[in-house]
Design a binder for this molecule. Structure first.
Ligand code: FEO
Length: 619
């Protein structure tokens, strides 16, 4: 039975849908099927704009018979001869033997390649700008080479101001009764598939699409009637704008596409960690795909959508994993440009995929490769976490300001300030790549709006040197769960001659400002920037603006009293000074000094490096 829809008094949709086809062009999955549009104009003469795929020929010819009644078909315009539209042309000629076939020289040539009937007997060859009048309607032809084949043209009806646009402005997905874009939620139901259709079918030919957009700009258009998907009769600017972006390889959105392949899940693990770091850094638009699972046509489409792309692949037979290699070649073949790209590679004995992935994409125009590459050996290790964090930071920094860590504001958790007591804290800092930290006991909140804190630090501490240079520091609030090793590490040694974070990787992380904070035995951390300082002799008072304040646990903050009572080890027995000598015990670390009668003025505890004032004489 026929199934048509009226577009205006003279014009009818006579196409059909195919929900059964699994692969369009034997290449692209069709989760929502596809429509083959054809348009019949009943004027003084009758004219058909394109045919349909063979799979829907039955209803197509019923549609023509129903609308033509006993009229003959005078013309068929072949805007595009590719078989998804042209395969029914020979049957059309058999059914309507007097029909004239309108095409350009390339069209007629290609029809001869596909069919054996006497085309010359039917052909009307048209050139750029030539027209055919059917009565009220006047059809003007414009070439649109490579959108999508070289013979493609578009037809403009000067009476209705309709642009019959061939594949241009088409989309995958069937028309479910509603054949107009304004009858559906296009952005929700069709935009992704319109992008996938465009990018995969004509994405390579951006310059040619630009050329047809320029021609269209010179026409007054009331509706765009493509060969696939909904007809545009309202809000034409929205789809034209998308075509401008896609054809100039301009990202639609500042966001991050992560495409990965993973044999045993370890490369996937790295990709997932990166996604979380990006999200924690405020990136809202993140798309992730396993390229071995998701057909590359979907991923290619998202590559046209997003501005930043991360490819993560294991090394396989000393090459890129096969499904990732296919995706990368596909992206390169479609001429993607203007993207910022980074890589994660993996290899249990030779991680080679990163360089090879870059080599495939290097020829693409205006492609920026980020400096940080994550290189895994089998699985994500602690050093890789740092690499992933650095990559996340670089991606975030490459994004426009409004896409960057908007979370800075929201990451200042008011509850974190409730953890501050007159207790003990690890103060950490960094300058020129050197990280260090020390124990301090003075942190206080000064103002709520803005969030400002003050700390006091001994000027002799190496950590103070770092802060004096960088003006940044982190505070980690120690809890009653903290172990003495933290005090040994950060309180008893100097950062001048030891790396305080060596072997401590499982108990610290970096905050947004790139400084370490402690994650074990800590209930909160603060990142701050120094805004003023006051010198008080041995110590400096620093006032700082908080940029990040995060609650890490509900454990009680540590007081000095609790430290002395429960954490600091007690000497086994009260030391006794040898004859003629006195015994001193370091109040900070418990070190026992027995070598002096009187400690010299420049004495420092050899264990924790605190000055002689902390040494208590034992009596
Ligand atoms: Fe819809 Fe290029 O065929």
């Amino acid at each position: 039975m026929h199934n048509t829809r009226k577009i205006n008094d003279d014009v009818y949709w006579v196409g059909a849908n195919d929900k059964r086809l699994s692969l369009f062009e034997s290449a692209f999955p069709l989760p929502n099927g596809v429509s083959y549009n054809s348009y019949l104009v009943l004027d003084e003469k009758t004219i058909l704009l394109d045919c349909v795929d063979k799979s829907v020929s039955g209803v197509f010819f019923e549609n023509l018979n129903f609308l033509l009644q006993d009229r003959k078909l005078d013309y068929v315009v072949i805007n595009h001869i590719e078989p998804d539209h042209g395969a029914t042309l020979n049957e059309l000629v058999l059914r309507f033997p007097d029909v004239k076939i309108v095409g350009n020289t390339r069209t007629i040539c290609m029809i001869k390649q596909f069919f054996d009937f006497d085309i010359d007997k039917h052909a009307i060859t048209v050139k750029e700008g030539e027209e055919i009048a059917t009565g009220k309607h006047r059809f003007v032809f414009y070439t649109a080479a490579m959108v999508h084949w070289p013979e493609v043209m578009v037809t403009y009806d000067a009476a209705d101001k309709y642009l019959y646009s061939a594949d241009a402005f088409g989309t995958f997905g069937t028309l479910n009764g509603n054949i107009f874009a304004d009858e559906v939620d296009f952005d929700r139901d069709f935009l992704d598939e319109a992008r996938r259709y465009y990018t995969n079918i004509v994405g390579k030919y951006g310059a040619q699409v630009q050329a047809i957009l320029k021609k269209a700009a010179g026409l007054e258009i009331s509706a765009i009637l493509p060969l696939h998907g909904p007809i545009w009769r309202k809000n034409l600017g929205s789809i034209i704008e998308k075509y401008h972006k896609w054809s100039t390889y301009t990202p639609e959105e500042d966001g991050v596409l992560i495409a990965y392949t993973s044999v045993y899940g370890n490369t996937e693990n790295a990709a997932n960690i990166l996604a979380v770091k990006l999200a924690e850094g405020g990136v809202k638009k993140i798309a992730m795909f396993d390229a071995s699972v998701t057909h590359h046509s979907f991923i290619l489409s998202q590559a046209f959508r997003f501005s930043r792309i991360v490819f993560a692949s294991t090394t396989y037979n000393a090459k890129i994993f096969v499904s990732m290699e296919a995706l990368l070649h596909d992206i390169a073949a479609h001429n993607l440009q203007n993207r910022t790209v980074a890589f994660i590679e993996n290899g249990s004995w030779a991680a080679l995929s990163g360089k090879q992935m870059k080599d495939i994409l290097a020829p693409l125009k205006n492609t920026t490769f980020l400096e940080n590459t994550v290189s895994l050996k089998s699985s994500v290790k602690q050093n890789n976490l740092t690499e992933i964090e650095d990559l996340a930071k670089e991606i975030i920094m490459s994004l426009p300001k409004q896409e960057q860590n908007i979370v800075h504001e929201s990451k200042v958790e008011p509850n974190a300030f409730f953890k501050i007591t007159y207790g003990l804290f690890v103060l950490t800092a960094e300058k020129d790549g050197k990280h260090s930290g020390c124990i301090i006991n003075t942190v206080m909140q000064i103002t709520d709006q803005p969030k400002q804190i003050a700390i006091a630090i001994n000027k002799s501490n190496f950590t103070y040197d770092l802060i004096a240079g960088s003006k940044k520091f982190n505070i980690s609030t120690l809890t009653t769960d903290s172990h003495f090793d933290i005090f040994e590490r950060f309180g008893f040694k100097s950062g001048r001659d030891t790396d305080k974070f060596a072997g401590f990787e499982d108990a610290c992380e970096k905050s947004e400002n790139g400084l370490y904070y402690i994650t074990r035995g800590v209930n909160s951390f603060f990142s701050a920037e120094v805004i003023s300082s006051a010198d008080y002799g041995t110590h400096v008072l620093l006032v700082a603006q908080v940029s990040e304040a995060v609650v890490l646990s509900n454990a009680p903050s540590l007081s000095y009293q609790y430290y002395f009572d429960h954490i600091k080890p007690k000497p086994a027995a009260k030391p006794k000074a040898p004859p003629g000598k006195k015994t001193y015990v370091c109040r900070i670390c418990g070190y026992i000094e027995e070598g002096y009668d009187e400690l010299p003025d420049d004495y420092f505890c050899p264990l924790c490096k605190h000055p002689r004032e902390v040494m208590e004489l034992q009596v």
